[in-house]
Design a protein around this ligand. Structure first.
Ligand SMILES: Cc1ncc(COP(=O)(O)O)c(C=O)c1O
Ligand SMILES: C[C@H](O)[C@H](N)C(=O)O
Length: 351
């Protein structure tokens, strides 16, 4: 590949490597053999660290990826004849290939619109009250993504308002926390303030997007929902035999504080990129950049020119446009290169 199109990764935080803190704990866990299937001391330590971090005696499970985390958590929160209310741009609706429906044996996703990728109490209530007959899949779970798929965040007040509607209609609250750390960093809020203190029943917390090689933590604050959950994981092929290779790096993130500093850095890089792109004529921001993603409208020719130079980014997420995602290891130098290349791409076809 010529230097003209050296691959440059801003498609997703999924493209970043393992951060040093996670790698150090991975290597330490690799020093000796240990018990399998989560019976190792790393997994116990990591679970207890999550309980300390959230200041709550929650149930903790580790699985390989976010789709499994969401799908299995949702399957534990309702029955096959129930429905799950989510935003029309929700990952569980758009990018999990029917995983939530499959693992719940048929629970239907009911989607609702909402500005900036966020569910609203009104949108939720409209779906709940739309019908009450036996033919309608009874709403039982609300699933929201924090930070959202379009890089915005729910405030505590917004979460409390959603909880109030959930209480009114006996709904459970699932949080897709693929970028939960970024939301904590963006809102300067504690994990507890954005979960159980606003009535979240279960959180799927991504490590993959925050410096791990892989590994998601599923936290049940409503412990009743976690009954027999380990069997769900086993049956789904999500019970890692060498679980310490997921839990030890997680412990590295938590004990070092890198879970938050990685997110703070990624968010700061997104702010830097936003300022750089907004200074260019003809570039418009599609959503407020409140976490680590930046969505901009770009003309097709500019998108082609950027990809020809090796830039990787998605245009199928959210409401179209180009999505650039910053991660724990994104650098100002890389972003300056992107901003310069966007400028050139726009000027080349300005006529
Ligand atoms: C918002 C959101 N939720 C869930 C996932 C699922 O994660 P995975 O790709 O690990 O299945 C992703 C993707 O990375 C995501 O962006
Ligand atoms: C969209 C894709 O599935 C992945 N969740 C990402 O955010 O890159």
């Amino acid at each position: 590949m010529t230097s003209e199109c050296t691959p440059r990764f801003l498609a997703s935080d999924n493209t970043s490597g393992i951060c040093p803190e996670a790698m150090a704990y991975l290597l330490e866990a690799n020093q000796v053999d240990d018990l399998a299937y989560g019976n190792d001391h790393w997994t116990e330590r990591a679970a207890n660290r999550f309980r300390q971090m959230f200041d709550y005696d929650c149930e903790v499970f580790f699985v390989f990826n976010g789709t499994a985390a969401n799908s299995l958590a949702l399957s534990a929160m309702g029955r096959s004849y129930h429905s799950v209310i989510c935003h029309e741009l929700a990952h569980i609706e758009t990018d999990e290939c029917g995983g939530p429906e499959f693992f719940s044996n048929g629970a239907k996703l009911l989607t609702s619109p909402g500005a900036n990728g966020k569910l609203t109490p009104e949108g939720i209530e409209a779906l709940v009250t739309r019908r009450s007959d036996i033919h309608y899949p009874k709403p039982k779970v609300v699933s929201l993504t924090q930070a959202t798929e379009v890089g915005t965040v729910y405030t505590r007040e917004e979460l409390l308002a959603i909880r109030a509607i959930a209480d009114k209609h006996d709904l459970r609250l699932h949080m897709d926390g693929a970028r939960f750390a970024n939301a904590c960093a963006s809102l300067n809020a504690t994990p507890a303030e954005l979960t159980w203190q606003v009535g979240v029943d279960a959180l799927c917390f991504s490590g993959t997007k925050n410096g791990l090689a892989m590994g998601e933590a599923i936290l049940f604050f409503n412990r009743e929902l976690a009954e027999d959950f380990s069997y769900r994981c086993k049956q789904a092929g999500q019970l890692a035999s060498k679980m310490r290779y997921i839990s030890a790096p997680w412990l590295g993130l938590l004990e070092s504080g890198a879970w938050l500093t990685n997110a703070q850095h990624a968010n700061a890089m997104a702010q830097y990129l936003t300022q750089g792109l907004q200074a260019l004529p003809g570039v418009s921001l599609m959503f407020p950049a409140q976490a680590n993603s930046v969505f901009v409208e770009l003309p097709a020719h500019a998108i082609s020119a950027l990809k020809a130079k090796g830039w990787t980014f998605y245009t199928f997420i959210g409401a179209g446009g180009a999505r650039f995602v910053c991660a724990w290891n994104t650098t100002v130098e890389l972003l300056d290169l992107l901003i310069a290349d966007v400028k050139i791409a726009l000027e080349q076809h300005s006529g």
